[in-house]
Design a protein around this ligand. Structure first.
Ligand code: F6R
Length: 282
């Protein structure tokens, strides 16, 4: 007779997300393929849950995702008319109509092309007089909205997600953060000169981000290779905030070949993905 299972062990402990308990790394040929894969996952989610809350990031990396999702909407293969959008982070001090406020960027690159109105959008107020209260209000609003279903993330060269810079608490909530000089330099390309890049941002905290039901991080280009390796193969440590994805039951890291170039286990990740049944998705 088989030994009795220790209490709490056994099939009932298998998580609902197809047994996922580690970060899944998917290596794609290029940014376009990464965008198509993630847009496909978003479209699948919207077909199951038309009013899903999609958490979106800004910056250059997610653009191929938005382009691919817009193409799907235009071809009629998915309907985003009931989708809801939640912002990940925002500069402090840029007015909502400043072209580089993340609210403006998201309106331009996500909401308008997808035909989603501002009534289905939520984001922190980067111009609030009481920034702390605005952060707490946004954190609460996310919970009251039922939580984010799929959170798309980029990654900074220093391993930040949202604007949780190195040494952010892994249980942090939405709050004000100071950008590192490296991040200001990285983001200066969106402004006329670096002096215009704000020093402060509001960002969902790492604890807040971890509450989303599915985390999908996209990283492209060699400049992200060290951060990606630290995220999935390094220890869970505040020095690399993205490593907190290792604590999430359903986290997917999609990387192009260049961003995967420093992964020791790249072949293993490739083999795992190739042998995964199609129905499982990411
Ligand atoms: C912005 C955000 C950041 C960016 C990161 C990478 O909303 O969440 O974490 O994803 O700074 O930026 P790009 O994609 O421009 O390299």
């Amino acid at each position: 007779m088989a030994a009795p299972l220790p209490s709490g062990a056994g099939p009932r402990r298998v998580p609902s997300q197809n047994g996922r308990l580690s970060v899944e790394v998917v290596i794609v040929p290029d940014a376009k393929a990464g965008g198509a894969l993630i847009a496909g996952a978003m479209a699948d989610l919207l077909r199951r849950t038309p009013d899903a809350l999609l958490g979106v990031a800004t910056g250059s990396t997610p653009l191929p995702v938005y382009e691919a999702l817009v193409a799907q909407v235009r071809s009629g293969s998915v309907d985003t008319s009931r989708a809801r959008i939640a912002q990940l982070d925002e500069y402090v001090g840029l007015t909502a109509d400043h072209p580089e406020s993340y609210r403006s960027v998201l309106r331009r690159e996500v909401l308008e092309p997808l035909g989603i109105g501002m009534d289905a959008f939520m984001g922190p107020d980067g111009t609030a007089e009481d920034v702390q209260a605005a952060c707490e209000a946004y954190d609460r609003a996310l919970t009251e909205a039922g939580g984010v279903d799929l959170q798309l993330l980029g990654i900074g060269t220093d391993g930040h997600i949202g604007f949780n810079e190195p040494c952010s608490s892994l249980v942090s909530r939405t709050r004000i953060k100071t950008l590192t000089e490296q991040t200001r330099v990285d983001n200066a390309r969106f402004f006329d000169d670096i002096d215009q890049v704000p020093h402060h941002v509001i960002t969902q905290g790492i604890g807040t981000i971890l509450e989303a039901r599915h985390l999908v991080l996209l990283a492209t280009g060699e400049g992200k290779a060290d951060a990606v390796a630290a995220t999935v193969e390094g220890p869970v440590a505040a020095v690399c905030p993205a490593s907190a994805l290792q604590l999430h039951p359903h986290a997917t890291v999609v990387v192009d070949e260049a961003a995967a170039s420093k992964l020791k286990f790249a072949d293993y990740f490739r083999r795992t993905y190739v042998n995964k049944p199609d129905w499982q998705g990411i």
